[in-house]
Design a binder for this molecule. Structure first.
Ligand code: C2E
Ligand code: CA
Ligand code: CA
Ligand code: CA
Length: 275
């Protein structure tokens, strides 16, 4: 707190205390959340622009807190990372995603998000193999989404673990592309299957020429590297049309579909297979 009158100091200290207490309370609640069945995954589709078909889904974690209601991952993931609960959360997400894959058509993949700290646990490799085996799911149907910041030296074992996963057949996507540092270096360290262009670029590409230039060059880069490219956060038909014209492979966003429950999606698959 800065010296701007006693009232101000008291105010800041009180609110800091409160938010620290809040975090600790949430941290404790999170430790029981898995066993209490308060966590669930929602799935948001990827659309192949050329074929017009759904190719897969990204699994996004949700927490239905008994008193506080629905808490978004942007709030509880950092808390889980801080306390280390992220390891259990991450393993739960992988097992859940594999079980869901076993119920969906073979052509469908599921992408799960990974936190950097999960790479500090080398056991993660075995967890993934076990989850795939238990669900009898082919490894190429599981994708891991990581961000550039996870490949910094602090998480030295990340590239090694990722390369082992890729040897198993699991694919890896580079998430939020363009928002981190020296992305291009990392493209050489890990054989990514896909780049996901961050939604901030998609949001502004039709109004800001520099943004459009970046989107076009990332799509070109992916093509030259012979890897896939996904545009995130597509909300309008004009954005989709622009991405079609620039030969983007896949799109994701509210225009294509909001995140949905596994059972809603299963019902859609069942209906289309009966037609
Ligand atoms: P992300 O991986 O970049 O996920 C994309 C976020 O954008 C999701 O928010 C999604 O619901 C939202 N989104 C999708 N389409 C649109 C759109 O058209 N417009 C806009 N404005 N937003 C859109 P969500 O579900 O709140 O997740 C936020 C972040 O939390 C994720 O960002 C990811 O970093 C993290 N997260 C979610 N689930 C997990 C998880 O299981 N493990 C870890 N480690 N992180 C997770
Ligand atoms: Ca993601
Ligand atoms: Ca993203
Ligand atoms: Ca993000």
């Amino acid at each position: 707190a800065k010296k701007s009158g006693p009232g101000t100091i008291a105010f800041f200290e009180a609110s800091d205390d409160k938010s620290a207490r809040d975090r600790r309370a949430l941290q404790r609640d999170l430790e029981r959340a898995i066993d209490a069945n308060e966590l669930f995954l929602v799935y948001q589709p990827f659309l192949d622009i050329r074929t017009g078909r759904i190719t897969g889904f990204e699994a996004l974690l949700r927490w239905q807190h008994p008193e506080r209601g629905l808490i978004p991952p942007t709030v509880f993931i950092p808390i889980a990372e801080e306390s280390g609960v992220i390891h259990q959360l991450g393993e739960w997400v992988i097992r859940q995603a594999c079980a869901t894959l076993s119920r969906w058509p073979d052509r469908i993949r599921i992408a799960v998000n990974f936190s950097a700290v999960q790479f500090q646990n080398v056991g993660i490799l075995q967890t993934i193999v076990q989850a795939l085996t238990a669900a009898n799911v082919s490894p190429h149907r599981l994708e891991i989404e990581i961000t550039e910041s996870m490949l910094i030296s602090k998480y030295g074992s990340a590239p090694a673990i990722l390369n082992s996963l890729i040897e198993l057949g699991v694919t890896v996507a580079l998430d939020d592309f363009g928002t981190g540092f020296s992305s291009l270096t990392y493209l050489r360290k890990v054989p990514f299957s896909r780049i996901k262009i961050d939604q901030s670029f998609i949001r502004d590409m039709l109004t800001q020429p520099d943004c459009a230039a970046i989107v076009k060059s990332v799509i070109g880069l992916a093509q030259d590297l012979q890897i896939g490219v996904v545009a995130e956060g597509v909300e309008t038909a004009d954005q989709l049309e622009y991405l079609r014209q620039t030969s983007c492979d896949e799109v994701q966003g509210y225009l294509i579909g909001r995140p949905m429950s596994a059972s809603e999606i299963s019902a859609l698959f069942d209906r289309s297979s009966r037609q």
